[in-house]
Write a protein that binds this ligand. Structure first.
Ligand code: C2R
Length: 216
């Protein structure tokens, strides 16, 4: 069995495997791990690339179920083949996270991850950090179908999220009441409309013999 964990790392029994195409994806994929920790789900993380280390991805995907993993999360940018390749080698659910690391800002990764041909599904999340966060939540939801503890934590998470939004809404009301003179947003001019030239205000000329004093 390939050790995918850091030496000495605390690991009971990982249920989720998080893979990413490069270490440059880590700041994004950490979000998935953070969510799994929130729900008390053990996971392992590694770098593997369908392009650069195909043998490793093959071995990882083919042994994942046997090693007790329940869900795999794969994050990759550019021409992202990682999630699809993993999905071709296992019947475990595979969640794909397109990463915005290229000049196309993740559109390339999104299309290569989501456009799987019939027969090899990859549950594709949104591009970037939000997608990685959702991948963690979605993996928890899959595990939650057979684990009451996780299912309950997910329910609490949703209630908490609702409470946080309400709190923010209350704060916004408080701010707008405290500052009743907030400027009205300017109405957008219709497309193509010419801007009216601003009228110049001419100062009144002082009458003959009158000097201009300082403005009062
Ligand atoms: P580097 O930063 O290492 O050059 O990688 C990675 O996910 C990363 O976002 C650039 C990008 O290449 C992606 N990559 C893939 C795959 N392997 C690496 N899309 C793959 O197998 O699909």
């Amino acid at each position: 069995m390939t050790p995918y964990l850091k030496k000495g790392a605390r690991m009971a029994k990982p249920l989720v495997g998080i893979l990413m195409g490069s270490d440059s994806d880590l700041p994004i994929m950490q979000e998935a791990g953070a969510m799994l920790r929130e729900f008390g789900i053990e996971y392992e993380m590694t770098i593997a690339s369908a392009h650069r280390t195909p043998k490793k991805v093959l071995e990882y995907s083919q042994t994942a179920e046997r090693r007790g993993l329940k869900v795999l999360i794969a994050g990759a940018g550019w021409a992202a083949h990682l999630a699809g390749f993993i999905a071709s080698q296992t019947t475990l659910p595979v969640i794909g996270v397109p990463i915005d690391s290229s000049a196309l800002k993740g559109m390339d990764a999104l299309l290569s991850t989501v456009q799987m041909p019939g027969g090899i599904p990859v549950a594709t999340m949104s591009i970037g950090k939000g997608g990685a966060k959702n991948a963690g939540i979605f993996a928890a939801q899959i595990i939650g179908t057979a684990d009451v503890k996780v299912a309950n934590r997910l329910k609490v998470f949703k209630v908490e999220m609702e409470r946080e939004v309400e709190e923010k809404a209350k704060k916004l009301v408080a701010v707008s009441v405290a500052e009743p003179t907030l400027p009205e947003p300017e109405a957008a001019a219709p497309a193509g409309a010419k801007k009216k030239p601003r009228r110049r205000r001419w100062k009144k000329k002082p009458a003959a013999g009158q000097t201009q004093g300082p403005a009062s």
